[in-house]
Design a protein around this ligand. Structure first.
Ligand code: C2E
Ligand code: MG
Ligand code: MG
Ligand code: MG
Length: 290
């Protein structure tokens, strides 16, 4: 059978593997439970402002705290969620948790903008903008507390509808970010058409940047392109101090990656931020109240 071994050492079955229907079914049942019983948790990874060192933004990344298999990463369950038609529920659970956490950080006097990843299938739901608006308002948060990361896959669906949904989200003040930038098919077309605020340069460009001149040229050109369109650029997968410095040199706006912090629990992030506030006292100012 087709199986791959995950980082945790568990076998993960390819979702198209019908010979293991029984196992998939069990996973499906377990997933339904996970969604209703709070087994999905969010980890947070900071986006560091390369100009100032300030952290005003974090990305929420979902994990499944499985009762027997331990902490599972999105690669191990997102495709099953999608196929089972449960993405709508996952998105709700993730948005609720992320906004609850945003409210906590706001109450503690350290407001942070939380970016949530939206799957392509969520961008066909025309009720999404109103529902998200209500979720934000219910917690007394500013809409700019939320950012949404989308990938260009969503354009494979109904493009006009997706653009309409994005426009309504953005009109509320929610930031729209294009994830994995550079890896899709129609990057330039959506840069022309879509209401967006931020590009996230895919890590596959950032990793080889130090040794590969063409990769470096692509990175610096993509940053220039973003700026000429009035967009902010985030580099993903910043794993070394050298990459960080190189990106500063290119005028990139934000960096995210293991060099700064892995995705961690809210509590661990709180300690990391506190430590950073101590050591970067001169640099770190609180973001302006919105
Ligand atoms: P993404 O949104 O592009 O997230 C970046 C991924 O790169 C994360 O993997 C993160 O842990 C990893 N990463 C961050 N810094 C580094 C680094 O310096 N080096 C390397 N090698 N990797 C780094 P993760 O958490 O496993 O998430 C994978 C993907 O799953 C995400 O890619 C996103 O597309 C999806 N995902 C995560 N959370 C959600 C969610 O709540 N909803 C949906 N629909 N998708 C999600
Ligand atoms: Mg993302
Ligand atoms: Mg990405
Ligand atoms: Mg990705």
């Amino acid at each position: 059978y087709k199986a791959k071994v995950s980082r945790g050492g568990h076998h993960v079955f390819d979702s198209d593997d019908d010979s293991h229907g029984e196992i998939r079914l069990r996973t499906l049942e377990e997933l339904r439970l996970a969604l209703t019983e709070g087994q999905l948790v969010l980890h947070y990874q900071p986006k560091v402002d390369l100009g100032t060192g300030v952290v005003c933004d974090v990305e929420a990344l979902v994990r499944w705290n499985h009762p027997t298999r331990g902490l599972l990463l999105p690669d191990q369950f997102i495709s099953i969620v999608e196929e089972a038609g449960l993405m709508h529920s996952l998105t709700q659970v993730v948005l609720n948790q992320a906004l609850d956490q945003a409210a906590v950080w706001q109450a503690q006097g350290h407001p942070l903008t939380i970016a949530v990843n939206l799957s392509a299938s969520s961008l066909v739901d025309i009720e999404l903008p109103d529902r998200i608006g209500a979720m934000i308002a219910a917690r007394g948060l500013a809409p700019s507390t939320l950012a949404l990361e989308i990938t260009e896959e969503f354009l494979l669906n109904d493009r006009d509808r997706a653009r309409g949904i994005l426009t309504r989200l953005r009109e509320q003040g929610i930031r729209i970010s294009v994830d994995d930038f550079g890896t899709g098919y129609s990057s330039l077309a959506y840069l022309r058409d879509l209401p967006i605020d931020e590009l996230k340069l895919d890590q596959s460009f950032v990793f080889p940047m130090a040794e590969n001149e063409r990769a470096a040229t692509l990175v610096s050109s993509a940053i220039a392109l973003a700026h000429s369109l009035g967009l902010r650029m985030v580099a993903e997968g910043v794993e070394t101090g050298a990459a960080y410095d190189q990106l500063v040199g290119y005028g990139c706006d934000f960096a995210q990656g293991f060099h700064l912090s892995e995705p961690v629990s809210a509590a661990t992030l709180d300690s990391w931020l506190a430590e950073r506030r101590r050591t970067h006292a001169a640099l770190v100012v609180e973001p302006a109240e919105v």
